[in-house]
Design a protein around this ligand. Structure first.
Ligand SMILES: CC(C)(COP(=O)(O)OP(=O)(O)OC[C@H]1O[C@@H](n2cnc3c(N)ncnc32)[C@H](O)[C@@H]1OP(=O)(O)O)[C@@H](O)C(=O)NCCC(=O)NCCS
Length: 183
């Protein structure tokens, strides 16, 4: 379509054409692997594999059906993954990594990916969505602090950054013990 066929705004013969971005949110599949690897490398660097949450992800695969990407005009520019975990006696999901390419930050894409992933987990019967992250970012998205040191990760974590969206009964009371990958 020619640019003059699709004016966004016209006044007194003057037309303003908005740059069009086609953002789509899709369930992750294997074709996204290389782009996601690049996004996470760019966001977290080589040290990302040593983090406690990454060690859980090394224990088993993430759940493709609950993991999502955002694409802009066909290019994958953001990703969130969800890994099934047992946390104490709560069958839930570990959210992360969440990353948005620098070119696309601060447009609400990260928040939207979190919202979609939490909704999908809820529909799937997950009892909790857990992550290690910044409370000021995740708090407004429904995440609450887990009691200090209630969960033992396979590596050190800052206990003030362990957060949960409780989806089942008495989740906070049951989040006690180790957290690890589950089938
Ligand atoms: C964190 C990240 C996923 C946010 O994605 P995004 O699409 O840019 O974020 P959104 O557009 O949804 O939200 C932007 C808002 O969050 C704020 N924000 C971003 N990162 C934040 C953080 N770590 N702590 C608190 N607020 C944060 C921004 O300042 C902005 O605030 P505003 O709406 O008041 O202007 C993205 O910056 C990123 O990929 N960072 C590098 C990887 C990372 O740190 N991932 C999270 C691991 S816990």
């Amino acid at each position: 379509m020619g640019v003059f066929e699709n004016p966004s705004f016209c006044l007194s013969g003057f037309c303003l054409f908005m740059h069009k971005h086609d953002l789509v949110y899709l369930t992750e599949d294997a074709s996204h692997d290389a782009a996601i690897e690049h996004i996470n490398e760019e966001a977290f660097g080589p040290g990302r594999h040593t983090r406690a949450a990454a060690r859980i992800r090394e224990q088993g695969p993430h759940d493709l059906s609950l993991s999502f990407i955002c694409a802009d005009d066909g290019e994958t520019i953001a990703s969130v993954r969800m890994t099934p975990v047992m946390a104490g006696d709560v069958p839930g999901h570990l959210l992360g990594p969440l990353a948005v390419r620098p070119s696309h930050k601060n447009r609400g894409i990260g928040r939207e990916l979190v919202r979609i992933a939490v909704e999908a987990a809820k529909r799937n019967g997950s009892e909790a969505v857990i992550l290690v992250g910044d409370p000021p970012y995740y708090g407004p998205l429904g995440f609450e602090k887990v009691a200090y040191n209630a969960l033992t990760f396979p590596g050190p974590v800052d206990p003030g950054r362990v957060l949960v969206v409780p989806l089942g009964e008495d989740v906070h009371g049951r989040l006690k013990g180790t957290i690890g990958w589950r089938k």
